[in-house]
Design a protein. Structure first.
Length: 300
């Protein structure tokens, strides 16, 4: 069953099904399945590395495969598996259409997603350019990888990233900005407790690095959470997240840094300052565009 007409995005789980505390069961089981899914993918990776004799040479390596592209692909799949899990949770535990995790219309709005992508990709390129120009010549900004791996390896890396990164980025949005906010939204009236908690968990999920990296992630997540409520769906944040990760991973592939264990949690203070400007710039701009285009914010 769907939520009643006029329900916000965070209220899509309020369909009167399952009882007052059913959301706790959905929350617990889906999170457990996400953890189990990641473990299963990891075990499959370990088995494949052993069978194919493709594991890392160093005994203390954190990688599954010696080939950084194969290792990155495994990690991306391990995150992407969150999409079918949360959609299953919404459908069979939340007893509502799985598409309500995508938007208030019960589906991904592909035309709106494409329009958001047309804004997100150029903006991310400019953001990275500003950051590189600011940090150019600093020792911390110099590539630490093996250098350009050659055109064949680079193009293979780009192909793998182009296929898998959108699913990885979308999975993080479906889990943190989507399903989790809606599950908590079954128990609270305001969307902001859910947005704040989900944003905090999103930042923590990237690991513990620099304080500036944690602030950057939390700040971005709060803006993105606001944008999801404001536009009634995940399309705008999926495209921005995918654009950011595609460019970041693509540059890492070009500099031979795919094997690096650093995440956004290790971002320097300059990246944090740049994000302070570009996160609201994108979110406010997309919110204005959504209003101009008449994008649905509540259930019809």
């Amino acid at each position: 069953m769907r939520a009643e007409a006029g329900a916000r995005y965070d209220q899509q789980g309020r369909n009167g099904q399952g009882g007052r505390f059913a959301w706790l069961g959905e929350l617990s089981l889906v999170l457990l399945l996400v953890v189990v899914g990641i473990l299963v993918v990891s075990v499959v990776g370990l088995v494949l590395a052993e069978v194919l004799d493709a594991g890392p040479e160093a005994a203390d390596s954190e990688m599954f495969f010696e080939d950084p592209v194969a290792d990155m692909a495994l990690q991306l799949v391990g995150i992407a598996i969150g999409i079918p899990i949360v959609l299953w949770g919404a459908r069979y535990l939340g007893r509502r259409p799985a598409g309500t995790v995508s938007s208030v219309l019960g589906r991904l709005r592909w035309k709106w997603l494409g329009l958001c992508a047309a804004v997100a990709f150029p903006l991310i390129i400019v953001q990275f350019g500003v950051l590189f120009a600011w940090t150019w010549g600093e020792e911390s900004a110099e590539p630490a990888g093996d250098g350009f791996p050659g055109w064949t390896a680079f193009l293979v890396s780009l192909a793998v990233l182009a296929v898998l990164v959108p699913f990885q980025a979308a999975a993080e949005e479906y889990v943190f900005r989507g399903w989790l906010v809606q599950v908590i939204g079954r128990a609270v009236r305001s969307p902001w407790p859910a947005v704040v908690l989900a944003s905090l968990l999103f930042a923590l999920a990237h690991g513990f690095g620099e304080l500036t990296g944690f602030v950057l992630l939390l700040y971005s997540a709060l803006w993105w959470g606001w944008l999801v409520i404001r536009t009634g769906g995940l399309e705008a944040v999926i495209t921005l997240h995918a654009a950011n990760n595609l460019l970041a991973f693509g540059l890492a592939a070009g500099f031979g840094e795919l094997a690096s264990t650093e995440t956004a949690a290790d971002a320097p203070w300059q990246a944090m300052v740049v994000e302070f400007v570009f996160a609201p710039l994108y979110c406010l701009g997309i919110a204005w565009l959504a209003k101009r285009r008449g994008v649905e914010r509540v259930s019809p």
